[in-house]
Design a binder for this molecule. Structure first.
Ligand code: DAT
Ligand code: MG
Length: 168
């Protein structure tokens, strides 16, 4: 079986419900390795690019507000997992998209809900397949934020302004 990567996001409802530890514990049952992690405040650009395949859906605007944290807290934990068959293994644990249909022992079945406005607050995102995982990882992480250089890179010269701690 091929070694694959998978992007997992603990969405703002998962963060505010303090489910981070529980979700990471549950995912550790797969034996997969974490090769990148960071906590971020999601911008409109990132949210819209991540969910570009759903642009035409009637729930798109609510979905963008949800992932940006407008209903919960402006924080998402992004993780990259690596290992054999990782997309399938992780999605089995996260459960179906619709939290009401998800296996009740899965993360979404256990902790997700559908709001009265029809938003699927399903706690986590997990890449559907390797192709999607590559697209998503490149969107959420820079090459130097991962333990390995997963995909081809190129050096670009840029004029950079970086933030330092005062007095550093
Ligand atoms: P998944 O997150 O299981 O890969 P997806 O890519 O089809 O599912 O959709 C992305 C997110 O959009 C999903 O996690 C929740 C939301 N969503 C999908 N279908 C929906 C629907 N019918 N109503 C409300 N939200 C939906
Ligand atoms: Mg998807």
């Amino acid at each position: 079986m091929a070694i694959e990567q998978s992007l997992v996001l603990i969405k703002p409802d998962g963060v505010i419900k303090q489910l981070t530890g529980d979700i990471i514990s549950k995912l550790s049952e797969t034996g997969l390795k974490i090769i990148g992690s960071k906590v971020i405040q999601v911008t409109s650009e990132l949210a819209e690019e991540h969910y570009q395949h759903l642009r035409e859906e009637k729930f798109f605007d609510e979905l963008i507000s949800y992932i940006k944290g407008e209903y919960h807290t402006k924080s998402v934990l992004a993780l990259v997992y690596q290992g054999e068959d990782s997309c399938r293994k992780i999605r089995k644990i996260t459960g179906e998209t619709n939290p009401e249909r998800a296996d009740p022992t899965s993360i979404r079945g256990k902790y997700g809900r559908i709001t009265s406005a029809g938003v699927f607050e399903n706690v986590v995102h997990a890449s559907e397949n390797t192709k999607e995982a590559e697209r998503e990882i490149k969107l959420w992480f820079r090459p130097d934020e991962l333990l390995y250089t997963l995909f081809p890179t190129e050096l670009k010269e840029v004029k950079l302004e970086k933030l330092f701690w005062k007095g550093e």
